[in-house]
Design a protein around this ligand. Structure first.
Ligand code: ZN
Length: 198
């Protein structure tokens, strides 16, 4: 599996690039919509799952407020069903707020949205100002994760700041991204130039 893979509206995921093995890292307690036959397990690609569990395990042992997984792998089929569901309600307008099937990084099994348990209460209202989230953003590279859509990189990633969306890229790439402050797109582009060293 290519942990540096970039998936977006211009670069759709192919069948070959879908994760081969998925592992549950938690249960979705607050699903937006569940379709028939869908699991409520939160799934990640197997290596990403291993590192995610290690990261939140280490992290949560040090804090009273907990980081929890909120949304991981999404199937292409689910995205198609979502689009159909909202199209039936809203018509063409649905295309403005439902990501086109195959365009979401969540299809790779390498992306995870986190939520928190603050004073015993679930919240997915993550602003990036929480001390726990700040610390996670600063240290996630040690586990091969990066904050995928950081502040100030909107032009490069095409996404607004998402302080809850983490992405597994592997230990080496995560360290390079952490040290350079570049976005995944920028690092991958630089590396594609022959002989280039960061
Ligand atoms: Zn996400």
């Amino acid at each position: 599996m290519d942990y540096g893979i970039i998936i977006n509206k211009e670069r759709l995921i192919t069948d070959d690039e879908l994760p081969k093995k998925l592992i549950a890292v938690g249960i979705n307690t607050h699903p937006t919509i569940s379709f028939e036959g869908e699991t409520n397990e939160i799934l990640l690609e197997e290596t990403a799952a291993l590192w995610f569990n290690k990261m939140v395990g280490d992290f949560n042992s040090l804090h009273n407020n907990k980081i929890i997984p909120d949304s991981g792998y999404r199937s292409v089929e689910r995205q198609e069903r979502l689009l159909k569901y909202y199209y039936a309600q809203d018509g063409e307008k649905a295309y403005t707020y439902v990501a086109p099937p195959r365009s979401s990084e969540h299809h790779t099994g390498l992306a995870i949205d986190v939520a928190m348990i603050v004073d015993g209460e679930y919240t997915d209202d993550i602003t990036g100002e929480e001390p726990e989230i700040k610390e996670l953003i600063e240290n996630s590279y040690k586990y091969g994760f990066i904050l995928r859509y950081p502040k100030g990189k909107e032009q490069v990633t095409g996404y607004v700041y998402e302080p809850w969306h983490f992405r597994f890229v592997g230990l080496d790439l995560a360290k390079e991204i952490h040290e350079t402050g570049l976005a995944l797109e920028e690092v991958v582009q630089l590396k594609s130039k022959k002989g280039f060293k960061l």
